[in-house]
Design a protein around this ligand. Sequence first.
Ligand code: URA
Length: 183
Amino acid sequence: MRESLEEIAKEINACTKCELGWSRNHAVPGEGSANAKLMLIGEAPGREEDEKGKPFIGRAGRLLTQVLSDAGLTREEVFITSVIKCRPPNNRRPKKKEIRACLPYLRRQIMAINPRVILLLGGVAAESLLGIKRVGEARGKPFKRDRVYIVTYHPAAVLRNINLLPYLSEDIRLGKTLAYSET
Ligand code: URA
């Protein structure tokens, strides 16, 4: 029996394994299909996500939703989450010990969903799951591990440099192709 996403979310919502558990308004476990073929993993919730408990609903999230839609994907059919589930104060980069405390939840979510392809959005996700530091060098190609991983730019980085948009778009399309291919 696969563990249910609801059970994992319940634990995340009650979690105090690191100090972010005390400063958050809402934890953000993630949302989407429990049977998603494609999973997207960002860095950490921002202000709007912390207010609502939903992933990627701020400016970066609206861009991500649009790029998914342009690729013919809905938010409902994929699963969207982040490496850490609580907002760091002032959106600072998550600390190593916060990532260490939170990663077991993400690993359990991956096991529960068992997606064919995982898109890693930005350096924190790429480093946490693949040990890859340079997104620009790693993006655009599949990494075959226990499943297929694709590294790409975080939508917030694309908002800061719109020239990166075609790469994000291309990488999401590659993820879709590999996730939905017959073989
Ligand atoms: N950025 C992330 O990495 N995750 C979110 O949920 C929102 C913004």
